[in-house]
Design a protein around this ligand. Structure first.
Ligand code: ADP
Ligand code: MG
Length: 364
């Protein structure tokens, strides 16, 4: 049986005066999944989240949670809870009191509330810290308290708005893995908003990418990365080289594309329906470009190139390759293996790629 739907967002739009912040969004969140809304600042992520929480009303469309229409239902009566970027925990209360606070109207006895709070503290890795003052906590610990406080109410959906943006990089990466583990252990649907593509990709079952109020693509992280549907998505998720060419022919699921410099290459059709002669762009991830001293054996197409710049990242090296007949250099990312040959700026090399590594992107 299909996983039940936790949240159904049907043709939802939101205008602030003349300005349309969210445009005709259709999205279904499955029960128990970790879903991220990803996109640049100002694209409407928080507005969409706030409509689910009940802090904003949609101008058009409908939101149902667990099959229940949310129109007219106040935020505090919705089966949702929100974790904010600024954790908003009470500084004058201790950890346990902060968590119990949310249970004020739950009808539970004092002892039951404490037991629940402590169970939650254990889940977020703060066992034994119930008596600690909120002001005595590190940023990461405050974040965990905020999570525990939101989860102790057992919402159907936990909404998280850039929950880790106030943490430094190392701590953020650690929290990402913990958040993922916590979500699996409680089994609640998580909807997180972030502008950080790495964060979204590493944690989520699925991501929705938004630009200018519209949902551009919804897919699992691997698919977003390997098969972005538009240039905008391709460019936003990781590094991407774009090479313009012309469609030669369609051949049973493949496209023959004529590229300047590289010549003819066959790539997956990827839903591109334009006819022969139409312009087309292919996207190539930097790690899919071969750079070798001699003509690459494993590539379907290749061309001579010159290294015009390089950047050392530790685990990888990026080479900027100038090709005759192409204005912008292409970027190749090479894993920094032991005994791998390295190239100098100014060195003549060969670059190439396999057709299977390229993604055909329709003209925007
Ligand atoms: P994101 O979370 O993706 O950064 P937001 O959803 O916060 O973006 O905002 C989307 C757009 O809507 C922005 O241009 C923002 O300025 C605008 N906006 C958000 N809330 C309001 C509001 N209450 N009144 C007017 N404009 C708003
Ligand atoms: Mg926001």
């Amino acid at each position: 049986m299909d996983t039940p739907i936790a949240v159904n967002i049907a043709d939802v739009s939101k205008s602030f005066g003349q300005f349309e912040a969210v445009k005709n969004v259709d999205l279904q969140l499955k029960q128990g999944e970790f879903f991220s809304l990803l996109g640049p600042s100002g694209c409407g992520k928080s507005t969409l989240l706030r409509m689910i929480a009940g802090f904003e009303d949609p101008t058009e469309g409908s939101i149902t949670i667990d099959g229940r229409e949310m129109k007219g239902i106040e935020a505090n009566h919705r089966p949702t809870n929100m974790v904010f970027q600024s954790y908003a925990i009470f500084p004058h209360l201790n950890v346990e009191e902060n968590i119990v606070f949310g249970l004020a109207r739950s009808g539970l006895s004092k002892g039951e509330k404490r037991a629940k709070a402590n169970e939650m503290l254990e889940k977020v890795g703060l066992a034994g810290l119930g008596r600690r003052g909120a002001h005595e906590l590190s940023g990461g610990q405050r974040q965990r308290v905020a999570l525990a406080r939101a989860l102790v109410l057992e919402p159907k959906v936990l909404l998280l708005d850039e929950p880790m943006s106030a943490l430094d990089k190392k701590l953020r990466e650690q929290m990402q893995m913990e958040l993922r583990a916590l979500q699996r252990s409680v089994g609640i649907t998580f909807l997180m908003v972030t502008h950080d593509q790495h964060e979204a990709m590493t944690i989520s079952d699925r991501c929705g990418v938004m630009f200018g109020g519209k949902l551009a693509q919804v897919d699992a992280p691997e698919i977003l990365y390997q098969a972005p549907r538009t240039k905008q998505v391709a460019d936003f998720i990781g590094g991407m080289n774009f090479i313009e060419g012309q469609i030669g022919a369609h051949e049973g699921g493949s496209l023959e594309i004529d590229l300047p410099v590289f010549g003819k290459v066959s790539v997956d059709e990827h839903g591109v329906s334009e006819r022969a002669g139409a312009p087309i762009t292919i996207g190539l991830r930097p790690e899919r470009i071969h750079v070798e001293k001699n003509r690459p054996e494993g590539a379907d197409v290749f061309a001579e190139a010159e290294v015009v710049d390089r950047a050392f990242y530790g685990e990888t090296i990026h080479y900027y390759l100038a090709l005759n007949g192409r204005k912008d250099p292409i970027i190749a990312s090479i894993t920094n293996f032991e005994r791998r040959e390295h190239f100098e700026i100014g060195e003549k090399v060969w670059s190439g790629f396999r057709g299977a590594a390229a993604v055909a992107l329709p003209q925007d």
